[in-house]
Design a protein around this ligand. Structure first.
Ligand SMILES: [Zn+2]
Length: 220
């Protein structure tokens, strides 16, 4: 447990202190002022050894986030899409708890050849693709269900007195949500440390040509 805290769920005072004392960060930009519960994930604040920290900086300019996204996906589906976790701040130094929602992006058809989505439905069986020009565009069987975070703040309009006025069960719901968020942040930190300890950065020249830095992990 690095970010996660034990909170006494029988005590209103303890729950309010936890919520009021939790680190917060902006959900959008600092000028927008809306904030939510957050944790700092800048390298110096992750509790790493000096050797781990040096290797961490090496990993930061690779595609490493692909290896951590599963934690956020699990959290989002466990929350039925009502909450998710995003990265915010210059150079992404903060994990922020966001409100979220599933939505239909509005696409009606898709090309079977190249995957291009289209807002127009096909009138017959199959239509032409606007991108690859092949006659492979077919209607979607059902609307797509995508997920997005909203920029609305969480509890940034409540002070300690407002929170004390809530019922015990309403407070518990809030604390359990934030504790679950902290636990997900711990899982992200652990997955990141696994990368540092078990992976090395390799440079590859791809045919663009340009040199990309990839992260390569030992087989699990
Ligand atoms: Zn196509």
């Amino acid at each position: 447990m690095f970010f996660e805290k034990k909170v006494d769920l029988r005590s209103k005072r303890a729950m309010v202190d936890f919520l009021c004392g939790h680190y917060r960060y902006y959900t959008m930009n600092s000028w927008n002022r809306t904030t939510s519960y957050a944790n700092r994930i800048k390298i110096p604040y992750l509790g790493l050894t000096r050797e781990q920290a040096n290797r961490a900086y090496d990993i930061l300019d690779t595609d490493y986030w692909d290896e951590l996204q599963f934690v956020i996906d699990d959290f989002t589906s466990e929350m039925d899409g009502n909450y998710t976790i995003g990265v915010n701040g210059r150079s992404g130094g903060y994990l922020v708890l966001y409100r979220g929602e599933y939505y239909d992006p509005g696409y009606k058809s898709q090309c079977r050849a190249c995957g291009q989505l289209n807002y127009q439905a096909v009138s017959g069986e199959v239509g032409q693709c606007g991108r690859c020009r092949k006659t492979e565009r077919v209607n979607l069987a059902r609307p797509l269900r995508w997920h997005r975070a909203t920029g609305r703040g969480i509890d940034d309009d409540l002070d300690a007195d407002d929170l004390m006025d809530l019922s015990v069960s309403a407070l518990r719901d809030k604390v359990e949500l934030v504790c679950r968020f902290d636990r997900a942040c711990d899982e992200i930190r652990s997955a990141f440390i696994d990368l540092i300890d078990n992976c090395k950065v390799v440079e590859e020249t791809v045919m663009v040509p340009k040199t990309v830095r990839r992260i390569v992990c030992a087989a699990a």
